[in-house]
Design a protein around this ligand. Sequence first.
Ligand SMILES: *Cc1c(COP(=O)(O)O)cnc(C)c1O
Length: 396
Amino acid sequence: MEFDRAGVRALMEITQRPELVFVRGEGSWLQDHNGKRYLDTVQGWAVNALGHSPANVIKAITEQASKLINPSPAFYNEPSIELAKRIVEHSCFDRVFFANSGGEANEGAIKLARKWGQINKNNAFKIISFEHSFHGRTLATMSLSGKPGWDRMFAPQVDGFPKAKLNDLESVRALIDDQTVGIMLEPIQGEAGVIPATVEFMQGLRALADEHKLLLIVDEVQTGMGRTGTLFGYEHSGIRPDIMTLGKGIGGGVPLAALCAREEVSCFQPGDQGGTYNGNPLMTAAGVAVFDELMAPGFMESVNARAKQLSEGLLVISAKWGMNGERGEGLLRALMLDQDDGPEIVAAARDRAPEGMLLNSPRPNLLRFMPALNITADEVDLILAWLDEILVKVRG
Ligand SMILES: *Cc1c(COP(=O)(O)O)cnc(C)c1O
């Protein structure tokens, strides 16, 4: 198939894309318009929890599509009730609001926290977030994010998101005033380069929030849904947050996200929150299929076995090439390079023949791995073997 160079000009250029059109996907593999296959460690940015086009998600979507696509969020539908019940049963939360993207779920979290502040904390509205954090691309979530430079893009910002330093409890304490309503963070900063909040820090935040009557909000858009080896990332630190957002893996590739809250925080009243597509049965049916697979006997054990295999293999590569080790939890991991050649490695992996590999380098000095949670042991071995081969090519 020809690459449609004129055709792509009809699209807004929002990122630099290689001249490849992907036409097919199955599990950990993608195929482009030339028929070349790629081993995919990116999975739509940690979106395809079960890999590309998993059979159970296809079945759920096609069956639901032939029954009912959207009765409107003004009415109940079965799959959204089923998915909400599952999330509530397996988490510390009592109520769920479904959204269409992580950014939208985070907007909901900001609104819910501000509403709670109006009712319970004398209109307190500030949410402390963190340097280098990523929470989405809407105006408010860009302001909430701590990405360098984002405080000037699309100015003026949405007000009320002072930035603290991750894993520095005193930097959080110093920002608290009587307008503060909550603290919001990713249990592992994903886009920043897979930087985990420590267990002590998470526990310290919980204590600090309790001391000052603040809401602790976790953005688990990337870390939720089994990605870190537990169903939710907050479980690693044994704390109970007040609000959690989910996205990415929850829909197994389709646009679905969720805002989850404990009963005492769940203060939206009719008219406060909504959205035309929210909780539509087509997407939530996919969510139910993904959730049931994650809960299937042995599934999470396998995620953790593959995580151990990947972690150990990356450490071997790091030692061999004089790199700076690896970090992460579960199947959200980063290899810390000793030089800024991440983008070159990504390009060389993509260009590898006859089969390529899709890698991600959110920062030039590291590679991030977020493969399908059901990746096989052989495929993990292949990632490691190909990575070493590509390093020989790039670094000689
Ligand atoms: C990807 C991501 C988001 C944004 O989700 P979208 O679906 O792209 O809006 C928010 N928070 C975190 C932690 C993410 O990784």
